[in-house]
Design a binder for this molecule. Structure first.
Ligand code: SF4
Length: 233
């Protein structure tokens, strides 16, 4: 969101919430999760509706840095999530996190290429979880944004820089079918991706942006290409 990006002060209250401890979000790392307000997409299946529509948050960057100072030696990493963390100014914040000795994982939809490139070029990201929302022909329908090409640039740059990252897709089987998933697998393979491809099945929490219910369809896993290792979450 441009209004947030314009405000790069570390006192800006752009953080919706903080999870002070998790051992499941960043593989093999004890972490906290910083949930940034706002997102540049409106995915139908998104259950973080409150965060996506939030204009600001409970915490400033400085608040989080103060918290992190009390966790040196106790936590190993900071996960930047949301919403879409890259909708905000991240460079000064990440530099401060690094000074405290933490690793940084970024959860992203990949559509703010210049921000992600800036962070990668400054060597500030240790791990990236990149959402591969849908093949190009269904991207806008699912995300209500027209940003596949930006996403694609990010994916290429992650490959080019040999960044440690995972690609993942949220699957609602009424929105994506086996052919769509195979299109994604083929594309990842062609770009040289060799890590595990994660598929997160839609969870009906009762609240999501598109008011979706549990899917009527079901993916036939036997029809998925085995060119990549696939893990269902
Ligand atoms: S699921 Fe979509 S709308 Fe929700 S936070 Fe992620 S990118 Fe934004």
């Amino acid at each position: 969101m441009s209004t947030n990006r314009e405000n790069n002060s570390l006192s800006a209250k752009v953080i919706y919430d903080l999870t002070t401890f998790t051992h499941v979000d960043y593989p093999d790392h004890l972490s906290c999760i910083v949930w940034f307000s706002g997102c540049n997409m409106r995915c139908d299946y998104c259950y973080n509706k409150d965060i996506v529509f939030a204009k600001d948050g409970k915490y400033s960057y400085d608040d989080i840095l103060d918290f992190l100072k009390t966790r040196v030696g106790l936590l190993e990493a900071v996960v930047l999530s949301g919403g879409e963390a890259t909708s905000h100014e991240l460079l000064p914040f990440c530099r401060e996190i690094k000074k405290l000795g933490f690793k940084i994982k970024l959860d992203t939809n990949g559509t703010n290429f210049s921000t992600i490139k800036e962070l990668l070029d400054a060597n500030l990201l240790d791990y990236v979880a990149l959402d591969y929302k849908a093949p190009k022909d269904k991207f806008t329908q699912i995300t209500h944004s027209n940003k596949f090409d930006e996403f694609s640039k990010t994916l290429d740059y992650l490959m080019e820089t040999k960044t440690n990252f995972e690609a993942r897709t949220t699957l609602h089987a009424d929105l994506l079918n086996e052919e769509d998933i195979n299109t994604i697998i083929k594309d990842l393979k062609e770009r040289g991706y060799a890590n595990t491809y994660y598929i997160q099945e839609f969870l009906d929490t009762g609240v999501n942006i598109g008011n979706l219910k549990s899917p009527k369809n079901k993916i036939n896993k036997a029809l998925l290409q085995n060119d990549l290792e696939i893990a269902f979450r």
